[in-house]
Design a protein around this ligand. Structure first.
Ligand SMILES: *Cc1c(COP(=O)(O)O)cnc(C)c1O
Length: 376
């Protein structure tokens, strides 16, 4: 059996090595390492894949979020609502820009932002909501969009973990994660569902004016060469990364199917075990399984993880500390116990190996070891 990894990027590479090597070599031959033709080409291809009117590639997912908030013209003191159970980047950029992060609890089942909690957190200073489509499943965006419209708020989707996931609205219309709010932000970090070979990210929007503003901000606030109309940043997707992504994009649906197949295997084996709760699937969203995250109940999660590690099965805790409990984000507004669901999740979640190359032999071994680990 091939050694089990959380993410196996080597085997994924080997499958498409000739195509990828040629794409990378072509960039080196052209020496257009920055702003090469592949960047715009990939952006157009991602527009047709996602259905977003505009895709603007940038240097990474965190900067995509930062640029989104800058493009919306948010000012210090403005409040931005994010879930407390997420990767730090979501709130980090809010704090960096001098905006006020307001965190809310999540749902026990989907682990995504609670709509009810968002409603309660809105104040006259609230300007934006940043739902995170955590682990590959869309947050319940329709009621969030309704609240945003009612209260005149922006919605910035953090879709770093959910590229390709689809949300179904109550009228039957389906759209892709990242294309439903004012701006969607994604990451091409190597281990993401569509990953490059370094850092990368993108913003998506259907709004022409916002798209133009985003392009200007990502390029030093420059409209005409050396004329800077607003304060910007330098955030570019390298041409080599764009070439890698453009080569991998046609495979994304197969990659998603491979993840879903592994998830279905896990589900099947764990169905009868009362110490394991498998990831809940919301009726309104597909799940692209950036992570397959169990909730371990009635067994010590940390001990389970140690037993798995000893048996050669890596397992990770995403995320061990909710944002309101992070040292850098200590705030007199929040204390332990304020967000009980997120705190309970932080103590019981366990993510299993999830990638595009898991074979039956590995899945059989992993599931056997997980069942042993929760029982002993
Ligand atoms: C990965 C990730 C980001 C940040 O992306 P980078 O490209 O690593 O900067 C932001 N939000 C979430 C939820 C993520 O998983």
């Amino acid at each position: 059996m091939t050694a089990i990894q959380m993410v196996d990027l080597q085997r994924q590479y080997r499958r498409i090595k000739p195509e990828l090597d040629a794409a990378i070599q072509a960039v080196i031959d052209s020496a257009a390492f920055v702003k090469g033709a592949q960047v715009e080409q990939f952006a157009r291809h991602l527009e047709s894949y996602t259905g977003a009117k505009h895709v603007i590639p940038v240097a990474n997912g965190t900067e995509a979020l930062q640029i989104a908030l800058m493009a919306l013209g948010l000012r210090p003191g403005d409040e931005v609502i994010t879930p407390t159970f997420t990767f730090i980047a979501t709130a980090e950029v809010v704090a960096l820009l001098g905006l006020t992060p307001v965190v809310v609890d999540v749902e026990w089942g989907t682990m995504n932002m609670s709509v009810e909690a968002v409603r309660k957190a809105i104040t006259p200073r609230t300007k934006a909501i940043v739902p995170v489509h955590l682990f590959g499943q869309c947050a319940d965006i329709e009621p969030l969009l309704r609240i945003a419209k009612e209260k005149n708020l922006y919605v910035v989707e953090d879709t770093a973990q959910a590229i390709g996931a689809r949300y179904t609205f109550s009228d039957g219309r389906t759209t892709q994660a990242g294309t439903m709010g004012d701006i969607g932000c994604t990451s091409f970090f190597p281990s993401k569902n569509l990953g490059c070979y370094g850092d990368g990210g993108a913003l998506m929007t259907n709004d022409d004016e916002l798209a133009q503003k985003i392009r200007v901000i990502a390029n030093h606030g420059m409209t005409v060469r050396y004329h800077h109309d607003m304060i910007g940043v330098n955030s570019r997707l390298d041409t080599i990364q764009a070439a890698v992504l453009d080569t991998k994009l046609p495979h994304l649906d197969e990659y998603t199917a491979a993840r879903q197949r592994a998830a279905a295997y896990y589900d099947r084996v764990f169905a009868g075990c009362d110490k394991i709760i498998v990831p809940e699937r919301a009726a309104y969203s597909t799940h692209v399984f950036h992570q397959y995250t169990l909730r371990i109940v009635g067994a010590d999660r940390n001990a389970v993880r140690e037993r798995l590690t000893a048996a050669g099965v890596p397992a990770m805790i995403y995320y061990p500390i909710p944002l309101h409990m992070q040292k850098a984000y200590q705030d007199s507004r929040y204390k332990q116990g304020d967000f009980p669901v997120a705190e309970r999740l932080a103590a019981c979640v366990l993510s299993l190996p999830m990638h595009t190359e898991l074979d039956d032999e590995q899945l059989e071994y992993i599931t056997e070891q997980v069942l042993n680990a929760v029982k002993s």
